[in-house]
Design a protein around this ligand. Structure first.
Ligand code: TYM
Length: 327
């Protein structure tokens, strides 16, 4: 079983990334051969700061190991270190519909916000499809916001297979049961994000305990005082209940029962403490790993070597089936 996922090295990772990303990576690596990619090529689709990209790449590497990826077992690498990704994206763009890309929700949202819309922002899902397909991936652990991109990946794979013969495995998404779409605590109808929404509503994985307490305390809740899960009527409290399931492993029903009649105050305090307890050991490991950049570079070089080996046969097959002559 092949597992592949990617995460952008832009902006500080938050508790939504933990829920849809990091915790799922650590869980799924047990199920087979895992490839976890720091997608730096994706990070340039919106205006970026070169120095921040350089630092962010090592930040995310340290966080991937701190949250449980085992370099002895899984391959952790940087996208730009494996040139097959950029090549695959070009080849696959020829079997991707222009109209299909225009229908991507994330693209449409960005277009509405960005002053400068790059061509890379438009073709980004093709690069993502290449990431996944190069490894003949069976499962892709991701959050809900990537569901549409994965559907597109499956379409692209099928179109290529139909045109040029069976080449790609059709990948399946793996989504968390709860916490697949963590919302901004200040704007519970907006996804928590590295780059958008109120900062005071975004809980960063490296926030101090006091900052976490403050952010939870001021989280927007709904009218009434009942801790009840109902995303339509009570988006604020429902988001907090989901966060509670992520940090404690308890079910929604258990949480509702625990807080019956207690009101929002204690509930919010308990979530804050739960998040702190979850993140403190991760932060300690992160700080240790991040302090040794040479060791991170060494691990990423090993990862790139393994990723090159694993992706090269698929890329060669793509060129061959499409009719390219090879040197
Ligand atoms: P990125 O870097 O935005 O996010 C990394 C992972 O975190 C998840 N996530 C969330 N989950 C729950 N609630 C949230 N609020 C939340 N915000 C982010 C994302 O779903 C993701 O799993 N395009 C991808 C990166 C990528 C990729 C790939 C992923 C590139 N190639 C191949 C899988 C396979 C992205 O921008 O993720």
């Amino acid at each position: 079983m092949r597992i592949f996922s990617g995460i952008q090295p832009s902006g500080d990772p938050h508790i939504g990334n933990f829920s849809g990303g990091f915790r799922q990576y650590a869980q799924t690596q047990e199920r087979g051969e895992g490839f976890f990619c720091i997608v730096d090529l994706h990070a340039i689709t919106i205006t970026h700061d070169p120095a921040a990209l350089r630092d962010g790449t090592l930040d995310i590497a340290a966080m991937l190991f701190a949250t449980g990826l085992d370099p002895g077992r899984s391959t952790v690498f940087v996208q730009s270190h494996v040139t097959a990704h950029a090549e695959a994206a070009w080849l696959l763009s020829s079997v991707t519909g222009h109209g299909q890309l225009g229908r991507m929700t994330q693209f449409k949202e960005r277009v509405a916000e960005e002053e400068f819309v790059s061509a890379a922002l438009f073709t980004y899902p093709v690069l993502m499809a290449g990431d996944i397909l190069l490894y003949r991936t069976d499962i892709v652990p991701i959050g809900e916001d990537q569901r549409q991109h994965l559907e597109l990946t499956r379409d692209i794979a099928q179109r290529f297979n139909t045109r040029y013969g069976e080449t790609f495995v059709i990948p399946e998404g793996v989504f968390p049961e709860t916490g697949g779409r963590v919302m901004n605590l200040q704007e519970p109808t907006l996804k928590m994000s590295k780059s958008r929404g109120a900062e005071s509503g975004t809980v960063l994985m490296l926030d101090s305990p006091d900052t976490i307490r403050k952010k939870l305390k001021t989280a927007v809740t709904d009218s009434g005082s009942e801790v009840r899960y109902d995303p339509d009527e009570k988006p604020g409290i429902s988001n907090l209940i989901e966060l509670m399931t992520v940090v404690t492993g308890k079910s929604i029903q258990e949480i509702e029962a625990t807080y019956e009649g207690t009101g929002y105050g204690r509930f919010k305090e308990d979530i804050a403490e739960g998040i702190i307890e979850l993140l403190e050991p991760i932060k300690a490991r992160y700080n240790e790993l991040r302090a040794d950049a040479a060791e991170l570079d060494r691990l990423l070089a090993l990862g790139a070597e393994k990723a090159r080996e694993a992706s090269a046969p698929t890329l060669a097959r793509m060129y061959e089936r499409m009719g390219f002559t090879r040197p």
